[in-house]
Design a protein around this ligand. Structure first.
Ligand code: FMN
Length: 150
């Protein structure tokens, strides 16, 4: 069975709540899933898992959520082989049209440069999250399907 680690960084709880929905949906597909806050996670832990899902909101003007900054820097030293990965994040396209969910783009680039394989289109949640929770769960179920097939 694939062991999956979801790592989130969240300042006001939105990305954390989406991460919980993603975990619940993957769990309902009988996958073994662990959820961790990025501030309690070291990049070296990633090698213990078959698949990694990263979730960060975007802050500043197109920057990673604060707690993700040191983690992303640490990732630069890590070889992720062809580990399977996916990325999600929360942002606000109305207030920040030019940098909407830029953290997701930053993490995509980083994972690719570490040699990871991105197995699904990234999920970008816009504005309030309640109406997007079903979308997040559907996204997670799609990932579960891909992980099962491989
Ligand atoms: C000061 C500030 C800067 C922000 N900058 C961006 C941004 O550049 N791009 C974006 O898409 N969203 C931006 N946002 C919106 C947040 O990403 C959004 O509120 C998100 O849901 C927060 O998620 P979190 O609670 O998981 O941190 C910003 C919000 C604030 C308050």
């Amino acid at each position: 069975m694939s062991k999956i680690l979801i790592i989130y960084g969240s300042s006001t709880g939105n990305t954390e709540n989406v991460a919980k929905s993603v975990k619940e949906a993957l769990g309902s597909c009988s996958l073994e899933v662990r959820l961790k806050n990025v501030k309690d996670t070291q990049p070296g832990e990633l090698k213990e898992y078959d698949a990694i899902i990263l979730g960060s909101s975007t802050w500043g003007m197109g920057e990673l959520q604060d707690d993700f900054v040191p983690f992303e820097q640490g990732l630069r030293q890590v070889n992720l082989g062809s580990k399977r990965t996916a990325i999600f994040g929360c942002g606000d396209s109305e207030m920040y049209p030019d940098t909407f969910c830029e953290a997701v783009n930053i993490l995509e680039k980083r994972l690719k440069s570490c040699g990871a394989r991105i197995i699904a289109d990234s999920l970008k949640i816009d504005g309030e999250i309640e109406s997007s929770q079903k979308r997040a769960q559907d996204w997670a179920k799609k990932i579960a399907g891909i992980l099962r097939k491989e």
